[in-house]
Design a protein around this ligand. Structure first.
Ligand SMILES: C[S@@+](CC[C@H](N)C(=O)[O-])C[C@H]1O[C@@H](n2cnc3c(N)ncnc32)[C@H](O)[C@@H]1O
Length: 326
């Protein structure tokens, strides 16, 4: 196996629990370099869950903006290697948003989907991750969702455990009103299927998990995938590791995690966060915690000053259609 590590990248980790190279005896691997080099170290069908958020080709500090075709070709190389290391019952989850060029958006899942299909993988869900914070657009509606496209090998044999990720029922007290089960509770006491639209806060400045990385995904988003698609001891791989969120989600749940990251500063942050996750000291937003509701908590900034006084045009929005006179 080739060991290509850029000498400009940080030295081997000092935390002995975190390896720099993939090995069957490791629990966590942070490879400081290109993901294709890490993938070369991984045997065929070794990984149960591959989950990542790749660069979106929008000119962030960690990427060179490419022609879209060139970007898709680069992604194809990584996805092809991911399909090789995917276990028989494993899953690949690619979390993406839009590539934006001169105000024109290209939803990346639409251009990446054919790559997965050509590799013989099949889609199980296209999860919409909805969040509330982001850029305020002037010439189109502000983007407030991204997607996770989930693929497995064909057939019904893939791992999927719903129970650990069920969410509270809307009407847990509801009962069957007729038939042989009349009078019994009609819902699953463990909760309901979370569905394929996930409302989870994104990691912006006030988020407890925020680091200096501009595009972290939240631990709770990835934990839902880890818990439903893997078993304890399985490998979780993130080829574009960033600050290590996928490995954090893996080790917090007794899984093993591996990933590659090219930017030395993010490698450092990832190692720090993974070490803290191993020690149980990393602060994360827990899965299932209700979203902060400024109105319910009486935040005074949530009351619009113009509801009391203000320009007529704003007040008209509060009038009923009957009272309204144009
Ligand atoms: C969208 S960010 C991922 C952030 C991550 N999900 C987190 O929670 O921190 C993509 C990351 O991929 C890294 N990257 C870009 N090209 C790479 C490559 N060829 N191999 C490994 N990492 C790469 C970038 O430096 C960046 O940190």
């Amino acid at each position: 196996m080739q060991q290509k590590i850029n000498p400009a990248l940080p030295p081997a980790t000092t935390d002995r629990r975190i390896a720099d190279h993939f090995g069957a005896d490791a629990n966590a691997v942070v490879y400081p370099g290109n993901c294709l080099d890490l993938l070369q170290e991984i045997p065929d069908k070794e990984i149960q869950l591959i989950v990542t958020s790749p660069p979106y080709n929008i000119g962030k500090e960690y990427e060179h903006k490419l022609d879209l075709d060139e970007y898709v070709a680069q992604q194809a190389k990584v996805i092809q290697e991911c399909a090789r290391v995917l276990s028989e019952r494993g899953s690949i989850c690619w979390q993406v948003g839009n590539h934006v060029d001169n105000g024109v958006i290209v939803p990346l899942d639409t251009v990446l989907y054919p790559i997965f299909r050509e590799l013989g993988l099949v889609m199980r869900n296209r999860i919409v991750w909805h969040f509330e914070h982001g850029l305020h657009c002037k010439n189109r509606f502000s983007g407030r969702y991204e997607t996770i496209i989930w693929f497995t090998r064909p057939g019904k044999n893939y791992v999927f455990n719903l129970d650990p990720v069920r969410v509270p029922q809307k009407y847990p007290g509801k009962k069957h009103f007729k038939g042989p089960k009349a009078g019994e509770y009609s819902c699953n006491p463990l909760g309901k299927n979370p569905g394929d639209v996930w409302d989870i806060p994104n990691v912006k400045s006030n988020h407890i998990e925020k680091t200096e990385h501009p595009c972290q995904f939240p631990v709770e988003l990835i934990e839902r995938l880890v818990l439903s698609m893997t078993q304890p001891g399985d490998w979780v791989l993130d080829p574009f590791l960033g600050t290590g969120t996928s490995i954090v989600s893996a080790v917090r749940n007794s899984r093993r995690g591996a990933g590659a990251e090219t930017m030395p500063r993010y490698v450092e942050i990832a190692r720090q966060r993974i070490g803290e996750a191993m020690d149980g000291t990393l602060r994360v937003r827990p899965m299932g915690q209700p979203k902060y509701d400024p109105q319910a908590t009486g935040n005074r900034l949530a009351v619009a000053p113009w509801q009391q006084e203000g320009p007529k045009e704003q007040l008209r929005l509060l009038q009923s259609a009957r009272d309204y006179k144009a």
